[in-house]
Design a protein around this ligand. Structure first.
Ligand SMILES: [Zn+2]
Length: 192
């Protein structure tokens, strides 16, 4: 039995950051990572080991939600250019996504009013609530809808979390810089 691939006998669910093995026993794949000789999971799932090849991986828990048009999600901005931003989706319809999925926000979908540039919409590191408008890859998202937009933002100058000043305007409590975002009416409450 020891030379076969096997799911961990207790079938325990592991979470991102859970320690699952030590490096002397196994080589991690892309579903886990090594730090100081220990192996940690990157995803929610079950451990799969191959003792013959000394390989370990985590099989992501099946996503019973699928990415569908109209679904509401929470994600973090990876990068922003003038016309588009790339957003990693972490939650969809209040369920965590085991491996974050990348989506695109175009500046024309940032607001009902005209917005010139993505730099007044969202910045890398910001958390945003959105709606799926194209479910096939590349996935597209929109801020147009109730409660959608930036829910947590960080200062472009000092990195401090920003405070709400008024719609679409935030203020840094650390360095006083005032900066634009397309804010959700639930700014500061990412899980509402
Ligand atoms: Zn600041």
């Amino acid at each position: 039995m020891n030379n076969k691939k096997e799911i961990s006998s207790d079938n325990k669910l592991v979470l991102p950051g859970d320690k699952i093995a030590v490096i002397e026993e196994f080589v991690p794949d892309e579903t886990c990572f090594e730090k100081n000789g220990e192996i940690y999971s990157r995803v929610i799932g079950h451990i799969l080991t191959d003792r013959k090849k000394h390989k370990i991986s985590v099989i992501p828990k099946k996503q019973h939600h699928s990415i569908k048009n109209g679904a509401i999600g929470l994600g973090r901005v990876e990068f922003a250019k003038k016309q588009i931003a790339s957003v990693n989706i972490f939650h969809l319809n209040h369920e965590e996504i085991p491996i974050p999925v990348s989506a695109v926000l175009h500046v024309s979908e940032a607001s009902r009013r005209f917005v010139k540039s993505m730099y007044e919409v969202a910045r890398p590191g910001d958390w945003v609530r959105f709606r799926i408008i194209r479910e096939k890859k590349p996935i597209y998202i929109s801020f147009i809808g109730d409660g959608l937009g930036v829910v947590t933002a960080y200062c472009i100058q000092c990195g401090h979390e920003l405070n709400y000043k008024r719609p679409n305007l935030l203020e840094c409590p650390n360095c006083d810089l005032i900066q634009a975002r397309i804010t959700s009416k639930n700014y500061g409450k990412p899980f509402r």
